[in-house]
Design a protein around this ligand. Structure first.
Ligand code: ZN
Ligand code: ZN
Length: 312
């Protein structure tokens, strides 16, 4: 399914099977998770993508030798810049991203640099493993960035939050979920995954940390107002609407506001080792490849419990 230009639907197309270059592996795509970033790319909110482009950066693939490999957003880094040399390859100046700079997994076949492929836990099925590769990984990195506080607020209860809630509960934290007003289904889903409170507006008690998954800038002052002194607010998305001005008082008291950008291979190894031990259970709705536009529309409508994935 090809994206020809931002703002247009994906188009079914017959293209040549990609040929692996030196260091790359050819993968038959078994499943590919659908991420909000795919929407941002398709809508042109993240400009300068490769075009035409195959979206998709949560690829569960099978190599020709039978290995099951995961391909995430981080497709390649330079290994030479100051970020790469200091364990921060997620910030590499020349990084290439899957389903953005490189063709991704909304396809029957994909190629990927083998050094960036992640071996997948055997405990999870192909479909269930797909959302671990971005929703799970970015969620995990965001949770680490949020610190060790006991009371965690999750703003937006989509694919990432439904995984992070399970990890946080396993670490003995208390979780609350803040959703759009009236989204009772999302609130019930959050409670089913261990959230002790789920609703809209201000949570019932102070938080030690908050992670914002929804791409809505107005949540930043709301989350800062909800965290205790010394608390951290993490913006987990790659794109967010502009932040409104807010009084300095909301940041005062050593509150920290930060973003999480991309991921490192180390995040991948750590999280994929941790996930089966918890064990993380993902809820995934499958769409056939030719219905990728329907999957994107469903995500855009916010009408998803858990995660979505494309199955060729
Ligand atoms: Zn670099
Ligand atoms: Zn993603």
């Amino acid at each position: 399914m090809l994206l020809d230009a931002a703002g247009t639907p994906l188009r079914p197309a017959e293209i040549d099977r990609p040929r692996p270059a030196a260091g790359q592996v050819l993968l038959r795509v078994r499943a590919c998770g659908v991420c909000r970033t795919d929407l941002h790319v398709a809508d042109g909110e993240l400009p300068r993508s490769k075009l035409p482009l195959v979206l998709g950066h949560q690829i569960v693939g099978e190599a020709e030798d039978g290995r099951r490999l995961g391909v995430s957003w981080l497709g390649w880094t330079c290994g030479e810049c100051r970020y790469c040399r200091s364990g921060r390859e997620n910030l590499c100046d020349r990084a290439r991203f899957t389903g953005y700079d490189l063709d991704g997994g909304y396809a029957e076949w994909a190629v990927a640099d083998e050094r960036y492929c992640l071996p997948l836990p055997t405990e999870l099925g192909e479909l269930e493993a797909a959302p671990l590769l971005c929703a799970g990984l970015i969620g995990y990195r965001s949770l680490r960035a949020a610190g060790d506080g006991e009371r965690l607020g999750l703003y937006g209860f989509g694919a990432a939050a439904h995984i992070v809630a399970q990890v946080a509960r396993a670490e003995g934290r208390r979780v609350v979920a803040i959703t759009r007003a009236g989204d009772e289904e999302a609130q019930a889903f959050a409670r089913s995954l261990g959230a002790e409170w789920a609703g809209s507006g201000a949570p019932p008690e102070e938080l030690d940390a908050a992670i914002i998954f929804a791409p809505a800038g107005e949540l930043v002052p709301a989350a800062l107002a909800a965290v205790a002194k010394g608390g951290t607010v993490v913006c987990a998305g790659i794109h967010m609407s502009d932040l409104p001005a807010f009084p300095y008082e909301l940041l005062w008291g050593e509150r920290v506001l930060r973003s999480v950008a991309n991921l490192t291979r180390r995040d991948g190894e750590e999280f994929l080792a941790l996930a089966p031990r918890i064990p993380v259970r993902t809820q995934v709705e499958a769409f056939p490849l030719e219905r990728a536009n329907d999957a994107l529309a469903k995500l855009r409508a916010g009408d998803v419990r858990g995660a979505l994935a494309i199955v060729p």
